[in-house]
Design a protein around this ligand. Structure first.
Ligand code: CDP
Length: 207
């Protein structure tokens, strides 16, 4: 069975948690596409390659290295993500992943609009910038990273603006995406809402 779930939205809206939860629940594979951009950004820094060459050189092992989740790497990621050649170099890997047998969940910024416009389910997960910054701040603290709330909030807003404002594949909800605002939802409620959307679609496919 091929079944693709596309989940887009801004930083710390809950995409990752929802994606992992859906993958576990339905036995789908999961790709956090932000890791591709994070690994690319880090490769540029470490090797001095151009962003395009760094994106072409990214390998699956690069996605599981430690240290990809820092704020500094997120900033690098959002910069290389504005380069059209970088995005182009990462398309094939994502589309292949989406088509894998057994179902796939991909989360990112442009999955429902550019990478998988024919996805079976599209979700656009949002939450207010303050709520998202608070979550990211708590995550960083829990991971033992020093963080200042105001800095995290500024960073979240700066990345939102860059992600929405770039010319190539800007972050936006696909017209046929189901919007899920998690500002007032805890993890269980957000996941339950996403599960309901996937189940409805799976049911609809049975003849
Ligand atoms: O987890 P968080 O939302 O903070 O970051 P991420 O999903 O790992 O993405 C890091 C950066 O990569 C984003 O700010 C985007 O600029 C970029 N990105 C993108 O352009 N397209 C994607 N499909 C995924 C990430």
């Amino acid at each position: 069975m091929r079944f693709t779930v596309a989940i887009d939205g801004p930083a710390a809206a809950g995409k990752g948690t929802i994606s992992r939860g859906l993958a576990e629940r339905f036995g789908f594979a999961h790709l956090d596409t932000g890791l591709l951009y994070r690994a690319t950004g880090r490769k540029v820094l470490e090797t001095g390659l151009s962003p395009e060459d760094a994106a072409k050189a990214v390998e699956p092992e690069d996605l599981v290295r430690d240290g990809l989740r820092t704020q500094a790497v997120a900033e690098l990621a959002s910069r290389v993500a504005t380069v059209p050649e970088v995005r182009a170099a990462l398309v094939a890997f994502q589309r292949e992943f989406a088509r894998r047998e057994g179902g796939a969940v991909l989360d990112g910024r442009d999955i429902g609009t550019v990478i998988c416009p024919d996805a079976d389910v599209k979700l656009f997960v949002t939450a207010g910038a303050d709520v998202r910054a608070r979550r990211r701040f708590e995550e960083l603290r829990a991971a033992g990273q020093a963080a200042d709330f105001q800095d995290v909030l500024d960073e979240v807003k700066k990345r939102d603006a860059r992600d929405m404002g770039r010319a190539d594949a800007p972050m936006r909800a696909a017209e046929d995406a189901v919007q899920l605002d998690t500002s007032q939802l805890d993890i269980d409620d957000a996941l339950a809402a996403a599960v309901a959307v996937v189940e409805a679609r799976l049911e609809g496919q049975k003849v």
